[in-house]
Design a protein around this ligand. Structure first.
Ligand SMILES: Nc1ncnc2c1ncn2[C@@H]1O[C@H](COP(=O)(O)OP(=O)(O)OP(=O)(O)O)[C@@H](O)[C@H]1O
Length: 678
């Protein structure tokens, strides 16, 4: 079975294996540059080998394995075999079996799934305890003998004081999480989970798993991770590289859609309309109303001859093309090609041969006609027209006429929106030209919608969307377009929705995300927030009006303290000073408007110098966690916005070990703290 000493010797074998891999990769870089057949393959192979060599040499020297499985007589395939399991595969000596198996390999699954009730052929599961890179202990469960117990090593990992960015959880993935991590690539899933149930962790490990299981397919099509903001991305960005995956694009939806800078802000009423799904129809109509009926034949001069395409034929070409529902830009080129073909038929009937140069010439010559019936257009031009207000019936003034005729339905305004909604989104003072238009964040989502109507955007093989409850219907469409031919992992919590358009039902959002059949699965064990803190946060749930499954906290440790103070700043400084005595990160979370004053109060006391301490506006707290949280003035957070209670729920659930609620004003009535009530 192996004593601690024997396992330590095994660590040395692993280190030797890693050294061999690194040398091999370096040699291959040299050989790869000379063996590849053509320049393209040489470059690709070279890049691949170099990045492998770089990855291996730069990889922080962590424990080479975290677990071991010894299979017994119950396993036909692996009977009598033992495997060490780690973050990466380590090759064996002389082409022998690997010394460490990747956690994503099929055989590793039993490490996460086997239990005394269903041992899956596992006689012994061993978990290793490490201090840095030194192996210090192990714990055994003899599953075939029915032994299975609470793991100290697992508990220590979960209760470990947090410092710095998020870490991977490969050593301790739980069975309900493993199910999601290893769900099939073609399956789109939606994970609903209370704060700290591991949604983000599951999403990132799923990305790593899918890249392992479907490397070729996903290297071509790509994997995209979307998070709510930059602070969050900074927090999670080291997880995938630590798992050896460096090619995953991690960004925010805002950055993905940033076709122009955001230089204006919408009123809430305008933003609500712009994010409403009916805008898709408004934009589609606005784009397609640019297509005009041909009103005269086309005449193209060709030397001394003039080709004519009669009006009727042109109408047929335009109508047929419209019916094909192609992207607008593709449709335009299709009309061009059909016009050229019509002229070519005439030329051939006259015995003329139509060569490539002739076709190019005619193609160019029909452009003025094309511009009149199916004009080239930029998304900004379409949105500019829309935001100038609804088209009016001819004679109604302002925007009447030409290209905007189609917006009037039976002489009335465009029916997709009400008058009041048009009013809300229309510019009070329209800019002079498209160039001088100032765009808001919501406008960028609309521009993306129009751009996609003109030309389909790049899609990904798999998209992972975190904090998805906050996406608006129009944002969901932007994500759907990018995963149309791939699959989605949607992560979120209805109770943490803070945008005015936050989701109230997952099936509805999954439909907007283009995956109406996506399964909604709940995670119900919390790994971050201690039970006492969960209890306090849960008192808010009733007021949030969302139906979410109950959760149990894995953690019975931790501390909750609610302190009434006379001066908020002084109270927070005192709490921060006390927090410094503990190990781990400290987050002071406050209403956005209070952040400045609290930061300077802490600075005055010289406490900002400690890099463990961060003062954070509540609006940026989503997805983050701190070992010790000082929550300043919950009432101010609750009052600051329409969904302030949801924001407060988010803020209350960021603490890993200790939550200090410091308040000078009464707590919001929806939050009932037993100590307060007493
Ligand atoms: N199986 C696990 N083993 C160890 N730690 C875990 C496990 N699952 C989750 N955690 C830890 O619990 C914490 C919360 O995880 P995570 O941030 O993924 O939760 P979340 O559901 O996304 O939370 P939120 O909704 O608040 O954003 C993290 O520190 C994570 O590493």
């Amino acid at each position: 079975m192996g004593t601690l000493d024997e396992e330590r010797q095994y660590v040395e074998r692993c280190k030797a294996g890693l050294r061999r891999m690194l040398e091999g990769a370096r040699d291959n870089v040299i050989i790869g540059e000379t063996v590849a057949g053509d320049r393209y393959s040489a470059e690709r192979l070279g890049r691949h080998l170099k990045s492998l060599a770089k990855e291996l040499s730069e990889e922080p020297e962590g424990p080479p394995f975290f677990g071991r499985l010894d299979f017994g007589t119950g396993s036909a395939e692996h009977r009598g075999r033992a495997y060490h399991i780690g973050r990466r595969h380590i090759t064996g000596e002389h082409g022998g079996p690997p010394v460490v198996i990747d956690w994503r390999a099929p055989v590793s699954r039993a490490f996460y799934r086997a239990s005394a009730r269903d041992p899956q052929g596992v006689a012994l599961r061993r978990r290793f305890g490490w201090s840095g890179t030194t192996l210090t202990s192990f714990e055994d469960e003899r599953l075939e003998r029915g032994e299975e117990g609470e793991s100290r090593i697992l508990a220590a990992e979960i209760e470990r004081p947090r410092v710095g960015p998020m870490r991977d959880i490969v050593a301790t993935i739980q069975p309900e999480q493993d199910d999601l991590v290893r769900a099939e690539l073609d399956t789109s899933i939606c994970v609903q989970g209370a704060p700290g149930t591991g949604k983000t962790a599951v999403g990132l490990h799923r990305a790593a798993y899918l890249l392992y299981a479907h490397r070729q397919r996903l290297e071509r099509s790509g994997v995209l991770v979307l998070g709510p903001n930059r602070a969050f991305l900074g927090y999670i960005s080291a997880v995938l590289p630590a798992l050896g995956e460096v090619d995953v694009e991690q960004t925010t939806l805002e950055r993905l859609l940033a076709s122009a800078p955001v230089t204006a802000v919408d009123s809430e009423a305008a933003a609500m309309v712009k994010h409403d799904v009916r805008m898709a129809e408004v934009l589609r109509r606005a784009l397609y109303r640019r297509i005009a009926k041909p009103v005269e034949p086309v005449a193209v001069a060709d030397g001394s001859y003039r080709w004519r395409v009669p009006e009727e034929e042109l109408r047929r070409i335009v109508d047929d093309t419209r019916r094909e529902s192609l992207p607008y830009g593709v449709g335009r080129e299709r009309v061009r090609a059909r016009m050229v073909a019509a002229i070519q038929r005439q030329a051939e009937a006259r015995g003329q041969t139509a060569g490539a140069a002739w076709t190019r010439k005619i193609s160019r010559a029909v452009t003025p006609f094309l511009d009149a019936v199916w004009p080239a257009v930029k998304p900004e031009e379409v949105l500019y027209e829309v935001l100038r207000g609804p088209a009016k019936a001819p004679g109604e003034g302002a925007a009447a006429g030409g290209s905007r005729d189609g917006a009037t339905v039976d002489g009335k305004r465009d029916g997709a929106l009400t008058e009041a909604e048009w009013e809300a989104i229309s510019w009070a003072k329209p800019p002079r030209s498209v160039k001088s238009a100032k765009w808001t964040a919501a406008d960028l989502v609309l521009l993306d919608e129009i751009a996609a109507l003109i030309e389909r955007p790049r899609g990904y093989g798999h998209v992972i969307v975190d904090e998805a409850q906050d996406l608006s219907p129009m944002e969901c469409r932007a994500v759907a377009r990018r995963s149309e031919h791939g699959s989605l992992t949607v992560l979120g919590d209805l109770a943490q929705g803070t945008t005015p358009w936050a989701a109230s039902s997952w099936p509805e959002r999954m439909a907007l995300l283009g995956k109406p059949d996506g399964q909604v699965i709940a995670l119900t064990t919390g790994f971050r927030v201690p039970a006492a803190v969960v209890e306090l946060a849960n008192t808010l749930l009733a007021a949030l009006g969302t139906q979410v499954p109950a959760t149990r906290s894995y953690r019975s440790d931790g501390r909750l303290r609610v302190t009434r103070v006379t001066g908020l700043e002084k109270g927070v400084v005192a709490a921060a000073r006390e927090a410094m005595a503990f190990e781990g990160s400290i987050g002071v979370i406050a209403a956005d408007a209070d952040v400045e004053a609290l930061t300077s109060a802490l600075r005055d006391e010289g406490m900002d110098a400690d890099e463990r301490l961060t003062v954070l506006p509540a609006s940026l707290a989503k997805g983050l966690e701190y070992d010790h949280v000082i929550l300043a003035e919950p009432a101010a957070i609750a009052e600051a916005e329409r969904r302030g209670l949801n924001r407060l729920y988010v803020a209350l659930t960021r603490a890993v070990s200790r939550l200090d609620v410091v308040h000078a004003r009464p707590l919001p009535p929806q939050l009932s703290h037993p100590a307060e009530a007493a």
